[in-house]
Design a binder for this molecule. Structure first.
Ligand code: BYC
Length: 327
């Protein structure tokens, strides 16, 4: 009985020490002791973040062959390759927590792991590529800059480079929309239509409202998250409401209005039913996106086998060389 009590108090004190480190802004590294729930939360969030980067390549990839010029095509290709790179840094960051990449990918393919709701909407016109860059990458930057100060070292470090690349992405999206907004009435209408379709889904990217966010309070105590979903959403709305004026276009929210008392824009109601519908697998493109990822995984099996066979052969040769030298 006494032994059990001693063991319990030892565990409690480990948790206390852990929280003290977090409170003093000391980074947690892979070999440090951490509560199992902290590890699990990070695997969930980093894994979902990695999946979002990779699934996020699909709606934009849809326009590579139809980009309006060689220059736009080269820029789009570079952006999409950046997203693949982000996925790889993030899978590596999650692997430091003891989960394998194969396990995470299996969870994505089985539908157990989530990815960002935003990528379940279709890209119908070239202007959608502009709207994704400006609105989706714009939302991503606001959400991700605080993650550079996340308490878990490998995640925070991965986010530094990702954020630098995301700001270039947002500029390229804004540039596409700005060019269209200066063009013919049809091009201007196309830009407006893309903004009308992508604005609300981008507002929803920040996740459920604070009252419905199950993980926020604990994630903020652990300094995985630094701001709540609603705080970041408000920052996004304030930023976009100003930038849209430069485009000379509008946002599809009749209730959007500057509130001098709050020092923020007030906004209309968010359609949470649509959000949960998309998160639960019933958005316009959920099935198509998962099918595309599963197919890519199956078709890429020979590449993984070849890479593994090459790595094994190289390791065997190195071992043989060491043996010969030793003899
Ligand atoms: N979509 O308690 P909450 C990119 C889920 S990629 C789907 O607030 P949390 C880009 C949430 O997972 C952008 N599901 O959760 C790529 C949870 O369900 P589970 C991706 C969502 O974790 C290519 C439940 O709802 N960014 O930028 O505290 C091209 C309750 O939510 C969503 C990241 O992943 C959603 N939108 O907060 C262009 C950033 N929102 O897990 C751009 C890192 C919530 O219990 N992640 N859910 O089954 C985060 O910052 C946080 O995980 C979230 C959610 C703010 C997203």
């Amino acid at each position: 009985m006494q032994q059990t009590q001693e063991r319990t108090s030892a565990v409690v004190s480990l948790e206390e020490q852990f929280q003290q480190k977090i409170d003093s802004e000391i980074r947690i590294e892979p070999k440090d002791w951490m509560p199992e729930a902290y590890r699990k939360t990070l695997i969930r969030q980093i894994g979902q973040h990695a999946h979002s980067e990779v699934v996020g390549m699909l709606p934009e990839g849809n326009w590579i062959t139809r980009a309006p010029s060689l220059k736009r095509k080269a820029i789009l290709l570079a952006k999409i390759q950046d997203e693949a790179g982000h996925g790889l840094y993030l899978y590596s960051a999650a692997e430091t927590l003891g989960v394998s990449r194969d396990e995470m990918i299996e969870e994505l393919h089985s539908g157990k792991a989530k990815y960002s709701s935003i990528f379940n909407y279709p890209t119908l016109t070239w202007a959608d590529i502009g709207a994704i860059g400006w609105l989706v990458d714009g939302a991503a930057i606001l959400n991700q800059i605080p993650l550079c100060r996340c308490s878990y070292g490998p995640y925070a470090r991965a986010m530094v480079r990702i954020c630098k690349e995301e700001s270039f992405h947002q500029r390229q999206g804004f540039d596409i929309l700005y060019t269209l907004a200066q063009g013919s009435p049809e091009q201007r209408a196309m830009a407006q239509d893309a903004i009308n379709r992508w604005y609300w889904p981008a507002v929803m990217m920040f996740g459920p409202s604070d009252a419905d966010s199950v993980h926020s309070a604990q994630s903020m105590r652990w300094k995985i998250k630094r701001f709540s979903n609603d705080e970041l959403r408000q920052r996004f709305i304030d930023m976009i409401a100003e930038q849209v004026k430069v485009l000379g276009l509008t946002l599809p929210d009749p209730d959007l209005k500057w509130n001098p008392e709050r020092g923020h824009y007030d906004h209309g109601p968010i359609n949470w039913e649509e959000f949960w519908n998309v998160v639960n697998g019933n958005g316009p493109c959920n099935r198509e996106r998962l099918r595309a990822r599963r197919e890519a995984w199956e078709k890429g099996a020979w590449v993984r086998e070849a890479a593994l066979a090459y790595a094994e052969k190289k390791a065997r040769r190195a071992a043989q060389k060491e043996e010969t030298q030793a003899a």
